[in-house]
Design a protein around this ligand. Structure first.
Ligand code: COA
Length: 322
């Protein structure tokens, strides 16, 4: 068993929809500005009593159903989130209990918008090493909870949601390679400055919310994602034309367009959900993936490139023979 294969996908979006028109009433912005600069029309927002684990549970149940797997089959849970329900237990452990799975390792990974890519890298290595046979890999966020809804620079960009996949050990490919990177020197460009150990509301006002130097993040994201595409193709001895589908992190349509141009791909082979979901951080790639799978666009045997960039900075990719 040399590979891990994706055998099921699922996703979930909270019921409440926040449109650009709604945001026009909250901050000094316009629908036109948001659409032209980001591609976003609307995003989903968790209800007051709805948590990251709630979203993760819905997505996970759908992925397990699609995979034809019962709780007893799952022997690893890796959950990517920046917005856990509690300090501890991890959201992965809370999810494990909800799903009636017992005894398997379950833990969170935190790589902000690259979280799902990191979680796939970790789970793939567990499976390749023979330490797990059937992994539930989840990206779930209630990012709305760390947004300053008075800050027009950030509040128009993000949304809530969850996506999940089930990975199974297989002799057939499978995940071909994963590529994970980070450079902690860029924390000041994209961060939530407060936290558990520094304390909340002690750093300065509004420090419990996302702060971003959008323009600089934009340039870094475009350059870094270009490089990760090159690295992934080179490692696998592939040409640009060998990639059937690009499943990018859904942060901004202009960043997605730039990566597609780099790959020479027409946009009808790029999965785009940013207009409907906004940036759901760790949930964005598995959400987009599940949408395209369930619409029947992505077919078995096709070669998929997933990539993401996020706070840290972190960035990475997963190349998949689906
Ligand atoms: N509505 C209206 N105007 C806004 C606005 C909003 N929501 N947000 C910012 N502006 C204004 C700015 O104040 C600025 O005004 P000024 O020219 O008078 O100073 C103007 O729009 C242009 O701002 P700028 O930041 O240069 O715009 P931009 O083209 O870089 O687009 C982002 C802004 C945030 C959309 C873009 O930089 C971006 O997407 N960055 C990456 C963000 C990201 O992906 N983060 C997550 C990474 S995982």
């Amino acid at each position: 068993m040399n590979y891990s294969r994706i055998i099921g996908t699922g996703s979930y979006l909270p019921d409440k929809v926040l449109t650009n028109q709604d945001l026009e009433k909250m901050v000094d912005t316009t629908d036109q500005w948001i659409r032209e600069r980001t591609g976003i029309n609307k995003r989903h927002i968790a209800a007051e009593n709805e948590t990251t684990c709630d979203l993760a549970e819905h997505a996970s149940r759908k992925a397990m159903e699609a995979a034809g797997k019962s709780p007893a089959d799952i022997d690893l849970i890796v959950l990517a989130t920046t917005t856990p329900d509690q300090v501890f237990p991890s959201t992965a452990c809370l999810l494990q209990s909800r799903l009636d799975i017992h005894g398997s390792p379950a833990f969170d990974v935190q790589a902000v918008c690259t979280g799902f890519i990191y979680a796939m890298g970790v789970a793939d290595n567990f499976i390749r090493a023979g330490s797990a046979k059937c992994a539930l890999v989840v990206g779930a966020e209630t990012f709305s909870r760390i947004i300053n809804w008075k800050d027009r620079d950030t509040c128009v960009l993000f949304g809530d949601g969850a996506g999940a996949v089930v990975l199974e050990a297989s002799d057939e490919p499978g995940i071909l390679s994963t590529h994970l990177h980070a450079d902690g020197d860029y924390a000041s460009l994209l961060q939530v400055p407060d936290g558990v150990s520094r304390g909340y509301e002690k750093v300065r006002d509004n420090a419990a919310f996302v702060e971003m130097r959008g323009n600089e993040v934009f340039k870094m994201a475009v350059n870094t994602l270009g490089r990760i595409v090159d690295e992934t193709l080179e490692k696998n001895g592939l040409e640009k034309a060998d990639i059937d589908w690009l499943i990018p992190h859904q942060a901004n349509i202009r960043i997605i367009n730039a990566t597609a141009r780099k790959l020479g791909m027409s946009m009808d082979h790029v999965v785009v959900t940013v207009h409907d979901h906004g940036n759901t951080s760790a949930a964005s790639v598995p959400l987009a993936f599940d949408v395209a799978v369930r619409e029947g666009r992505i077919k078995r045997g096709e070669t998929l490139l997933m990539e993401a960039f996020g706070g840290g900075f972190t960035w990475g990719s997963v190349l998949v023979k689906y």
